[in-house]
Design a protein around this ligand. Structure first.
Ligand code: UDP
Ligand code: MG
Length: 308
């Protein structure tokens, strides 16, 4: 008999968390030969979420909760949940029922019978998200995909069920600035994708605004790519080319037409040349910095899927 840990980060979710529990319980208790535990992580909620979680834990011994001393963010909550979980399989779900519990049965089928390590939900459509947010998100995923060369597609969120090996691999990645979408991609493993239609929140409010989404997007790029540090290199080469062009023109004027070197051209060429040189020095600094940055994350050098 397998055990499933259902990990649920909750931040100010008093309006939905009970409904989430009931609906998920109805689905999960219909899956044969499966034990389960609910692991709610109260991420420093300021409403009555914690009281509800206490009550659930009191009523149902398969319900557990961890309550943070303040709001640390969903990434920290997911890490804490995985760390606390003891199931053979773990699934991460939002409390607002935007991750349909009906998918739990096919997800469990994929990881327990079909040989996958992970089964992830892929949200299609962005109804309820607003036009601008949808457009910016799509743009962001294109940029991050290019910069990191990792599979982080739009709609592939945190809703996924995984086996213990994969959960342990994720826990091996101890970096403080966690960008879990990138971490899922980094650890690898065989993943099955199940599409589901985007549905609006059942109740309560989203915790995101434009500012936090932008900083999340920026964090994602910074966590998995050092490409921005190469920009001074490109700029430096461009500036050197421009200075060569300016210098060349000044020289050609003198050789071909016998005119004296235009002082303005010369000064401009020297200034641009020196700027280009500076940019190249910054680029070299950036190269050392990026090596040190990645070294400091102490990510595992490899991850084993299976061995005999
Ligand atoms: N959440 C959290 N800590 C936070 C923000 C959000 O634990 O600081 C939880 C939240 O309670 C929910 C999930 O993360 O269960 C997703 O949040 P939300 O629905 O606001 O995000 P969206 O679905 O709009 O992307
Ligand atoms: Mg939501």
């Amino acid at each position: 008999m397998h055990k499933l840990s259902i990990i649920v980060p909750c931040y100010n979710e008093e309006e939905v968390v009970s409904k989430f529990y009931q609906e998920t319980l109805a689905v999960i208790s219909n899956i044969q030969d499966l034990e389960y535990e609910f692991l709610f992580i109260d991420d420093g909620s300021k409403d009555h979420t914690l009281d509800i979680l206490r009550l659930l834990a009191y009523q149902d011994k398969r319900c557990h909760y961890i309550s943070f001393s303040r709001n640390f963010g969903k990434e920290a909550a997911m890490y804490a949940g995985l760390k606390q979980s003891c199931g053979d399989f773990c699934v991460i779900m939002d409390a607002d029922l935007q991750h349909p519990p009906e998918l739990l049965a096919p997800m469990y089928q994929a990881v327990s019978q079909e040989g996958y390590d992970c089964c992830a939900g892929k949200r299609i459509g962005r109804e309820g998200d607003g036009f601008l947010r949808g457009m910016l998100s799509r743009g962001f995923y294109q940029v991050i995909q290019r910069l990191t060369h990792m599979n982080m597609s739009d709609g592939a969120g945190d809703f996924r069920m995984m086996n213990r090996t994969m959960a342990d691999a994720i826990l091996q990645i101890k970096e403080y600035n966690r960008y879990t979408k990138g971490i899922f991609s980094f650890v690898g493993f065989e993943t099955k994708w199940l599409e589901f239609q985007n549905i609006p929140r059942t109740a309560g409010k989203t915790k995101w605004n434009f500012k936090s989404l932008f900083s999340y997007a920026f964090d994602g790029i910074l966590s998995f790519s050092t490409a921005p540090l190469k920009l001074p290199g490109i700029l430096g080469v461009l500036l050197l080319l421009v200075s060569a062009l300016l210098g060349g023109t000044a020289l050609a004027q003198q050789i071909l037409f016998g005119r004296g070197v235009d002082a303005l051209y010369l000064v401009l060429a020297i200034v641009v040349f020196l700027s280009g040189l500076q940019m190249l020095m910054v680029f070299i600094l950036g190269e050392y910095l990026s090596k040190d940055y990645l070294e400091n994350k102490k990510r595992p050098i490899y991850i084993v899927r299976e061995q005999s």
